[in-house]
Design a protein around this ligand. Structure first.
Ligand code: PDD
Length: 280
């Protein structure tokens, strides 16, 4: 694989960053994951805008311009022959060569790294036909989940808890209300109405969420942005999650409770089709 690090395209085993990098020592960094279908980037602009917002919120420098970013994405897709897959982008605050809680001076160069992941079969994913089984766990993450930081230990632990329970993923619950999935936004469907948590600092402002809600509205589906409890979700007719890499993924079970007849619901299934059609 060819990867990109700080201005250079290199074979992956030749790319290096400092051991003092604050991304490594303090999870002081942000990231984006953009999907590639048919060799084309999905919603690059949305990801670029959210990246800039994450950087601004953390008072971090942009490592390069949006046009340069697009060019790097395209180069990596081409050089690595990605037809279906992902481009991972990470910007960390870099370092001035030592460990310190205080941010290094503002002219410290950020570290920028991009690499591709080849994922053939991403769109035609058999898991989407089966639907996902979810467990619920307490949301004990920090309070700025709207910033896409690389602090992913708890989401990672959540996925492991799900795996150990024989499930696919976990939904995070705060004060009885679902915030989001470990790496996706969460929705339920009741009596034909799609319910999802409104945007705030409590959840990541998903790029796929925005696209899917627009497409649902265009398809005359009813949408309600409000808090919902995990108990309400278990009594829903159907549920689903959205993310750049999972698109729209039906949820068929929560904490061992089957939703509807335990198979992917019609609204989730239709939204997945619409999303894939419109994105390509
Ligand atoms: N995860 N919520 C969380 C906590 C996420 O980590 C993600 C994305 C989303 C969905 O956002 P989007 O639609 O913009 O992908 C919601 C990415 C895919 C990841 O960590 O791999």
């Amino acid at each position: 694989r060819t990867v990109y690090v700080n201005g250079e395209y290199l074979p992956e085993n030749e790319a290096t960053v400092s051991i003092f990098d604050r991304g490594f020592l303090m999870a002081d960094g942000v990231y984006e994951v953009t999907t590639v279908l048919d060799g084309k980037l999905i919603d690059f602009d949305g990801h670029a805008v959210r990246l800039q917002r994450s950087l601004d919120e953390l008072e971090m420098q942009a490592a390069c311009s949006k046009d340069e970013l697009l060019e790097i994405h395209r180069q990596l897709v081409e050089r690595n022959g990605i037809v279906e897959g992902l481009v991972y982008l990470q910007v960390t605050r870099g370092s001035d060569g030592d460990r310190d809680f205080v941010f290094p001076s503002a002219d410290t160069k950020p570290t920028i790294v991009l690499f591709t992941q080849n994922k053939p079969g991403l769109a035609d994913n058999p898991a989407a036909k089966k639907g996902a089984k979810i467990i619920s766990i307490e949301d004990i993450r920090w309070g700025r989940r709207d910033i896409k930081t690389v602090q992913l230990l708890y989401p990672s632990m959540g996925k492991m808890m799900a795996k150990k329970a024989g499930c696919d993923d976990a939904w995070l619950v705060e004060d009885g209300h679902v915030t989001e999935g470990t790496s996706n936004n969460a929705y339920l469907v009741k009596d034909g109405k799609i319910v999802t948590r409104p945007l705030s600092t409590d959840i990541l402002h998903g790029i796929t969420r925005k696209a899917v809600l627009r497409m649902a509205a265009e398809a005359q589906m009813e949408i309600e942005e409000r808090l919902f409890t995990i108990d309400e979700a278990k009594e829903a007719d159907e549920a689903f999650v959205t993310s750049a890499s999972a698109f729209v993924m039906p949820v068929v079970e929560i904490d061992g409770v089957a939703l509807g007849n335990g198979t992917p619901g019609p609204i989730a299934t239709r939204l997945r089709e619409i999303y894939l059609d419109e994105s390509r």
